[in-house]
Design a binder for this molecule. Structure first.
Ligand code: KMH
Ligand code: ZN
Length: 283
């Protein structure tokens, strides 16, 4: 895999448009159908996103890991966009581990890979160590580039342990995403971000951060000031200001493009992102 060094002013923007937690009833503008997801992805690419983190829904708008739907989603996103397609292997807190492993059968460019179990509001997001190891080895075998999701400092440490045991991911790059402000995970503050970044393994080649809910701006600004990248989207935040609902994922992407411009960072193109993350060029 050839990876070109990019100027440090480039900013990787990942959009997480849907998630598994918000209902369509509570948020009718949430993209839950394939048509809505693709339309959102097209808009977000035009606005500056280079990667899409995907959760899908069934005909009743409920989270699903149905393999046929996942395959159709990957195909549609590849046809209509040039975004790096990252499928969530986190799914919802109710998904069995076996179904989450099977996500890789849909052959995405990238997959999320959470580095440990986290209390998740009133629920538990289960990621036992043997599951993490199985999923990582499967990603290497299938040549899918993982994004390591880090919800707390213990998971930063666990990433070192995983890399020591199984070596580098497919593509040779190590990209992490700090998911901050989940009730049960690390706090969504600049101080917590600095602590997590300080402890990242030396093998990490890039990292982004996202702040859940009200922590979104604090985390985005802290990430930019530490030279990190950004994830935004309606999976993570549903208000654009206190009490003001988000209208669309594009609105969130546009806002971080503006924040990036103030920090003199330019959104990466999708081709640049592929090279940067060690993902094969688009077919
Ligand atoms: N929906 C959460 C339980 C991921 O996508 O990998 C897990 C999650 C992380 O969203
Ligand atoms: Zn997710």
């Amino acid at each position: 895999m050839t990876t070109a060094p990019l100027p440090a002013d480039r900013l990787l923007i990942t959009v997480a448009p849907t998630g598994a937690e918000t209902t369509k009833e509570d948020c009718p503008q949430l993209p839950t159908t394939l048509e809505e997801l693709v339309a959102t992805a097209v808009e977000c690419e035009a606005a500056g996103a280079a990667m899409v983190h995907v959760h899908i829904r069934d005909d009743d708008h409920r989270p699903t890991l149905d393999l046929g739907r996942l395959q159709d989603t990957v195909a549609a996103l590849r046809e209509q966009t040039s975004l790096v397609v990252q499928l969530s292997t986190g799914g919802s807190v109710h998904d069995p581990l076996a179904d989450r492993l099977r996500v890789l059968d849909a052959a995405p460019d990238s997959c999320s890979l959470t580095m440990g179990t986290t209390n998740f509001g009133d629920d538990v997001f289960s990621n036992p160590w043997p599951f993490v190891c199985d999923l990582y080895q499967l990603s290497q075998e299938r040549e899918v580039v993982p994004e390591f999701e880090l919800f707390d400092l213990g998971q930063v440490h666990a990433l070192q342990r995983l890399l020591d045991r199984y070596g580098l991911p497919f593509g040779g790059r190590v990209h992490c995403d700090l998911v901050m402000g989940v009730p049960g995970g690390m706090n969504g503050t600049a101080d917590a971000l600095v602590a997590a970044v300080r402890d990242l393994p030396d093998a990490v080649t890039s990292w982004s951060a996202t702040g859940i809910g009200r922590s979104t701006l604090a985390v985005a600004l802290a990430s930019l000031s530490k030279g990190g990248h950004l994830r935004v989207g309606m999976e993570d935040v549903l208000t654009i200001a206190r009490g003001v609902p988000v209208e669309s994922n594009r609105q969130l992407v546009e806002r971080v493009v503006e924040l990036g411009a103030i920090a003199q960072r330019t959104p990466m193109t999708t081709d640049e992102a592929r090279s940067f993350l060690g993902i094969r060029p688009a077919a």
